[in-house]
Design a protein around this ligand. Structure first.
Ligand code: NDP
Length: 254
């Protein structure tokens, strides 16, 4: 593929995310607590998570490992971080969920598969085919973008994992109801798991300093900011004693 065509696809992909944002803010994604049977056929929640996240792991890895570029040594660190994240999200996270009997609409699963194909493709193709030694020499390890981005990304991973774990352990095995989470970053916001995920991929975009990773960070924000706002509204409507000072996504701000 011509490099210029590839970049046109990436910029168009970013533009689509920005364009659909006003609609996504109004659209309550019908999975988890917002699951809605009006969306047609359903699939077991755990299976849905595994199937929809798998393309991110496979497509990204395939394009990276079989790309025609030189794969500078630094890019293996990016590859490792991606694979680490998606092994958790595809296999470990769904198996840990206390989600007995819950389902998600197939439509949501297919939308996520589409997103993960595109996201895996642009990032895997870029790092496996287009990334050059000149862009990522070994000295890039000391570059402020690499160090700062790595710090931000690891901080995001920590917040995301800790928050997901707190949520998962709110239920006893076999339970399916909802409680108010009170530990960790839940003291500040209703959805620190989403906040952590946004921070993680923002850090990744900084450390890789490339447009496909920027696209991923933008899409993560567009996907998760609305979800956090919808969760926050749901919490306030559902629990009378919900902590009034708690924000939705950004501590003290939003
Ligand atoms: P949620 O916070 O909606 O749910 C996570 C899990 O915790 C679910 O099993 C949910 O159960 C359970 N849970 C949530 N709140 C409570 C509560 N108050 N009491 C008891 N159990 C609760 O997370 P999402 O499903 O939106 O996302 C899961 C992960 O995937 C997150 O880490 C998120 O960042 C990531 N993600 C990333 C995206 C991206 O674009 N990069 C897009 C979407 C998700 P139930 O399912 O029954 O509601």
């Amino acid at each position: 593929m011509k490099e210029s065509v590839f970049y046109m696809i990436v910029y168009a992909w970013i533009a689509i995310a920005i364009f659909i944002f006003p609609a996504v803010i109004r659209f309550v994604a019908p999975y988890g607590r917002h699951t809605n049977r009006k969306w047609g056929a359903m699939i077991d929640n755990r299976a849905g998570w595994m199937l929809m996240e798998l393309p991110s792991l496979l497509v990204f890895s395939g394009f990276y490992l079989f790309g025609s570029g030189t794969r500078p040594a630094i890019t293996w660190i990016f590859f490792g971080m991606w694979v680490f994240h998606y092994i958790n999200r595809t296999f470990v996270f769904p198996l840990r969920l206390r989600t007995k009997g819950k389902k998600m609409p197939l439509a949501i699963m297919f939308m996520a598969i589409g997103f993960n194909f595109m996201n895996g493709f642009i990032n895997g193709y870029y790092l496996g085919t287009l990334a050059t030694q000149a862009q990522y020499p070994i000295s890039y390890l000391a570059d402020p973008r690499f160090i700062g981005g790595m710090f931000v990304s690891v901080l995001g991973i920590f917040i995301n994992w800790q928050s997901d774990s707190i949520l998962i352990h709110l239920r006893k095995p076999g339970e399916t109801g909802y409680l108010i989470p009170r530990k960790g970053f839940f003291r500040f916001v209703s959805c620190p798991n989403h906040f952590g995920e946004i921070v993680e991929w923002t850090g990744f975009a900084i450390m890789t300093w490339c447009s496909p990773a920027l696209a991923f960070a933008v899409w993560t924000l567009v996907n998760l900011m609305p979800r956090a706002l919808h969760h926050h509204k749901w919490y306030k409507e559902t629990f009378r004693d919900y902590p009034p000072e708690r924000k939705a996504l950004l501590p003290f701000i939003l």
